[in-house]
Write a protein that binds this ligand. Structure first.
Ligand code: MBD
Ligand code: FE
Length: 298
């Protein structure tokens, strides 16, 4: 059996650590945990030791995505399940587990070569309540729904769908939309908990492994404050405020210091029982800044 339960942590390689410190706190509201290594710092969204590791690098891209399983039994079962399905993986050393602040860790790649990790039991720093990097009305919506969602690069949608289904995800093509190059995109959206999607792929060619990461606020006003800051700072907005048809979240997309996008949102609904698809969004989401792989008229 294989069943991941949430998007638990992510690592990003970045060229400008300081730009990320400023952006993540002042604009988004994440909390910095400096740690004791010069080549990285951590970002918190809740009581988990960290949700993001920001690594000093000469590239600006996703370094790894960490998917959680329920516990030790499920971690063992997942290893057998991967073997039964002929998937290569490596059981991480004690030192590597400590580096991620988890008790058990597997390292593998998805069919598109995206570095993937499966872990159980993250360190929860409950003695250190989440303290946002800027004043916030509410919190980040995480809990059973994990970090949020991200769009990752796929070179073969069928293989990606099969791989993530094998990890316990459920999902389907949810949009049929025309790309600027005239092609019709049929992106897949997949979930592993009540969050409508934790993962999506198939929105056209991508230079980087990640197109965007979506985080959700519990309060609408925190989305508004982030939007005001993005506008005041003149940060590129690739897609204006609007409401998606599938998760019905009110969101906008703007550039991170790494040149990929952050989608901030509020008010998403839970995953649907049956499959459905759309040809556009409910309102808004008009394309604005180009060059981010998101100038789709959804
Ligand atoms: C999303 O979160 C998204 O990024 C797109 C492109 C469509 C629907 C929901
Ligand atoms: Fe999204």
């Amino acid at each position: 059996m294989g069943q991941v339960t949430e998007l638990g942590y992510m690592g990003f390689n970045v060229t400008d650590l300081d730009a990320w410190r400023e952006y993540a706190t002042k604009c988004v509201g994440l909390e910095i945990e400096e740690g004791d290594r010069d080549d990285r710092f951590y970002l918190r969204m809740d009581n988990q030791h960290h949700r993001f590791v920001i690594h000093q690098s000469d590239e600006d891209d996703l370094a790894y995505a960490g998917w959680r399983v329920k516990g030790f039994e499920e971690f063992k079962a997942m290893q057998q399940h991967l073997k039964d399905n002929g998937v290569d993986f490596r059981v991480a050393s004690e030192e590597e587990c400590e580096e991620r602040f988890v008790l058990g860790l597997l390292k593998l790649e998805d069919p598109s070569g995206n570095p993937t990790e499966i872990f159980y039991s993250p360190q929860m720093d409950v003695m250190k309540p989440f303290h946002p990097g800027r004043p916030m009305y509410g919190k980040f919506l995480t809990g059973d729904q994990g970090i949020g969602h991200f769009i990752l690069r796929s070179f073969d949608d069928e293989a990606m769908y099969a791989f993530y289904s094998m990890l316990g995800f459920v999902g389907s093509v949810e949009y049929k939309i025309k790309l600027p190059n005239g092609m019709i995109a049929k992106p897949h959206f997949m979930h592993c908990n009540d969050r409508q999607h934790s993962l999506a792929f198939g929105l056209g060619p991508m230079e980087k492994k990640i197109n965007h990461l979506m985080l959700e606020y519990t309060e609408l006003d925190d989305l508004g404050l982030a939007h005001d800051t993005a506008r005041r700072e003149g940060i590129d907005v690739a897609m204006q405020l609007g409401k998606h048809s599938n998760d019905q979240a009110y969101t906008f997309y703007f550039a991170t210091p790494s040149g990929w996008l952050l989608e901030l949102g509020h008010g998403a609904r839970e995953a649907m029982r049956d499959q459905e698809h759309y040809t556009g969004d409910i309102f808004g989401h008009k394309p604005e800044a180009t060059g981010y792989g998101m100038n789709i008229d959804i």
